[in-house]
Design a protein around this ligand. Structure first.
Ligand SMILES: *[C@@H]1O[C@H](CO)[C@@H](O)[C@H](O)[C@H]1NC(C)=O
Ligand SMILES: *[C@@H]1O[C@H](CO)[C@@H](O)[C@H](O)[C@H]1NC(C)=O
Ligand SMILES: *[C@@H]1O[C@H](CO)[C@@H](O)[C@H](O)[C@H]1NC(C)=O
Ligand SMILES: *[C@@H]1O[C@H](CO)[C@@H](O)[C@H](O)[C@H]1NC(C)=O
Ligand SMILES: *[C@@H]1O[C@H](CO)[C@@H](O)[C@H](O)[C@H]1NC(C)=O
Length: 402
């Protein structure tokens, strides 16, 4: 039955013909489906399906050039996977990974030790990849969170050197650490994702972007124990919109400048809602380091009981050890906060702490209205070595230098 069904789909898909009336040319794009069940997956949530997934992936990746490959992961089943690397380059110009079922990580220590994996599910050097569906990727994080001794937890899903990447629709839960990591990718659209982990889970960022360009993340719900989205060095042309963030640590740029040069530019974050997050929008850099972060815009951000709504922190020092002030810093400039409104759980609602030697310049703040969750309670903003201008800001905020 299964085989017949797949054959039928194949016939339907391969016979989809598009006719252009002006040139009367006929183009035929063949689509081939590689179903993990046909490659030996059990989908019972107990048997290790890693090999079946690898086989299906290899077949999809080595399929005909100029075709479309679909690696299909059927619904109604749970697939147990050890660390798996889905490597390219692939022959087809487009590869779809259709996730309808649930994928769960192994909770056996030996499965991780023997694989030396720096991620659980890694896609590398695959261009034209789409990962979509209504399935779930469950990193089984709790086993890692409470056993710090089993080593540094891996990101659940990592994309390295994947250009023209699309991520759509999946639910990502309980990663050991970062849920989705994008590194050295160009041209990414991620949308309609649900990323969920407990508020208390350590370092479970939603999406980390590093050394990547032209990344668009939109219309997603991210509720985890750390940053909803973090943008780090080497990233430019990043657009983030329509994110419901919280609980978590908000949307952050950084940490930058940890012992080197970092550059981030052209970041646009808009139409996001932060609910009970530790920070709202934040740029954080260590003391020391070099490079810059510039042309960064935070616009139309709603705050609901956020602890630290607006932060620039050039004294970032999470360990609180050896926090010495340096004469060098990542230079921050051309940063605008426009339309940031709502409530905070704390009294200090704006904190712009810039390097003493390398000032922040051209900061603008417009239509920023933040009040306390406690009616009538006074809130305030403060700044160190920050230059720029304001219009329509409450609380009273007069520490920006011209
Ligand atoms: C803002 O984001 C929400 C999702 O949080 C979306 O439904 C809405 O369409 C977005 N609005 C605009 C103007 O983009
Ligand atoms: C600033 O960034 C935006 C994208 O967020 C981009 O459209 C614009 O061209 C950039 N401006 C400069 C001067 O690079
Ligand atoms: C570093 O500089 C900041 C800002 O001027 C100051 O508040 C802080 O005390 C300094 N820290 C040390 C360790 O000197
Ligand atoms: C200040 O930053 C804004 C973006 O926030 C930019 O459009 C403007 O050109 C910058 N002004 C100067 C003088 O660099
Ligand atoms: C503002 O941030 C700086 C740098 O992290 C920190 O030292 C300071 O305590 C903060 N100020 C307030 C009032 O929270």
């Amino acid at each position: 039955m299964q085989v017949q069904f797949i054959t039928l789909v194949l016939v339907l898909l391969t016979s989809s013909v598009s006719v252009s009336s002006t040139t009367s040319r006929i183009s035929l794009v063949s689509t081939t489906i590689f179903d993990v069940m046909k490659y030996g997956a059990k989908g019972d949530g107990k048997t290790d399906d890693s090999q079946a997934f690898m086989k299906a992936w290899k077949a999809a990746c080595q399929s005909t050039p100029n075709s479309k490959s679909i690696m299909n992961i059927p619904g109604g089943r749970t697939y147990l996977l050890k660390p798996v690397a889905f490597a390219g380059p692939c022959k087809p110009s487009k590869i779809f990974v259709q996730v309808s079922g649930n994928i769960i990580g192994s909770t056996k220590k030996t499965d991780w030790m023997s694989n030396h994996a720096d991620s659980w599910l890694l896609f590398s050097m695959v261009n034209g990849l789409t990962v979509s569906g209504n399935g779930q990727i469950n990193g089984q994080g709790p086993i890692w969170w409470k056993n710090a001794c089993i080593g540094t937890p891996p990101p659940a899903l990592q994309f390295k050197r994947c250009n023209s990447l699309r991520l759509n629709g999946l639910t990502h839960i309980n990663s050991p650490r970062v849920h989705i990591s994008l590194t050295t990718c160009n041209g990414v659209i991620a949308s309609n994702l649900h990323i969920i982990a407990p508020e208390t889970s350590p370092n479970t960022d939603g999406i980390d972007i590093s050394s990547s360009t032209n990344v668009n993340i939109r219309d997603s719900v991210i509720a985890t124990g750390d940053d909803c989205i973090a943008i780090s060095g080497g990233s430019s042309n990043i657009k983030i919109s329509g994110i419901m963030c919280g609980p978590g640590h908000g949307i952050s740029i950084g940490s930058l400048g940890h012992g080197g040069t970092d550059v981030v530019e052209n970041v646009d974050v808009r139409n996001c809602t932060m609910t009970k997050t530790l920070t709202g929008v934040r740029i954080k850099t260590y003391q020391g380091g070099s490079g810059y972060a510039r042309n960064i815009s935070f616009k139309a951000i709603k705050l609901d009981a956020v602890y630290n709504p607006i932060i620039i922190d050039q004294y970032y020092c999470p360990t609180q050890e050896d926090c010495i002030n340096s004469t060098s810093a990542v230079k921050l400039s051309d940063i605008s906060f426009d339309g940031i409104t709502g409530t905070s759980n704390m009294d200090n609602v704006i904190n712009l702490s810039c390097s003493e030697t390398v000032a922040c310049t051209n900061i603008s703040m417009d239509n920023v209205y933040i009040s306390s969750v406690t009616p009538g309670r006074k809130v305030f903003g403060k700044c160190v070595n920050a230059h720029g201008r304001i219009s329509h800001v409450k609380p009273l905020f007069n520490c920006l230098k011209p």
